[in-house]
Design a binder for this molecule. Sequence first.
Ligand SMILES: Nc1ncnc2c1ncn2[C@@H]1O[C@H](COP(=O)(O)OP(=O)(O)OP(=O)(O)O)[C@@H](O)[C@H]1O
Ligand SMILES: [Mg+2]
Length: 257
Amino acid sequence: MAIIKLVNVKKQFGDKEVTKGVNLEISQGKMTVIIGQSGEGKSVLLKQIIGLIKPTSGNIFVEGVDVTLLNQRQMNQQFKKFGYVFQFAALIDSLNTFENIGVTLLENGISKKDVMPIVKEKLRLVHLKEDTLYKYPAELSGGMRKRVGLARTLVTNPHIVLYDEPTTGLDPITARIIHELMYSMQKNFNLTSVIVSHDINIFKYADRVALLSQGKIVHVCDAENIWQSTNPYIYQFIRGLTEGPIQNELGKQKIKV
Ligand SMILES: Nc1ncnc2c1ncn2[C@@H]1O[C@H](COP(=O)(O)OP(=O)(O)OP(=O)(O)O)[C@@H](O)[C@H]1O
Ligand SMILES: [Mg+2]
């Protein structure tokens, strides 16, 4: 069953059309990865799903509700279904780990005493030690910051989690640890996960892969057999080839090295 369904979604900024009619169905309880070149509009697409950016036209159904028709108050309710892991972790520099993870609960007036056990539980889920609680983002490594970002997302117990480039900038081993965490959270909580990633190692954990090119989803396939796919878009993209249907700077001109 499709828990999220995008129907002919278009988004224009000024005279620039970024999303040019996206159709995509995301299955409940599955891990779907969205791939595509830098600047294609992947982050814009995720932000449209959670209602941070309103599409110019088209419909986005989340559990059957068309979120493009909701007013701000209804949107805020809808927003609670989602966990969103921002590109670059986006922690608040002036807050320590405890405050960063618990920020939504603290803002809702829940006391520090009540928030603490929830934060500690999430901290355990992402395998961070309790001595991290009082450290500030500047004192954490990139991988630790990503984990804090994951823990913060889990604090409201969302059933749909969207990740924007969760492993970019991490070494292969730390990236793998983050992938394993995402996978175990996916299975343990029966989440629906939507992941924008440039990291081809994510395919091992994913169910479906959707490729965004020139403002549209041009192909969706099973992650399991992706390396055997003969779809020309998928074939080109996952091998990083400049020749093929996906337009790119190098494909247009032969550059002498
Ligand atoms: N709020 C905005 N106002 C105007 N233009 C925007 C806005 N947000 C994004 N864009 C433009 O939309 C296009 C797609 O941006 P987006 O961040 O979604 O790309 P992306 O596929 O996530 O790239 P990357 O892989 O580098 O993160 C870019 O040209 C960007 O400049
Ligand atoms: Mg992006």
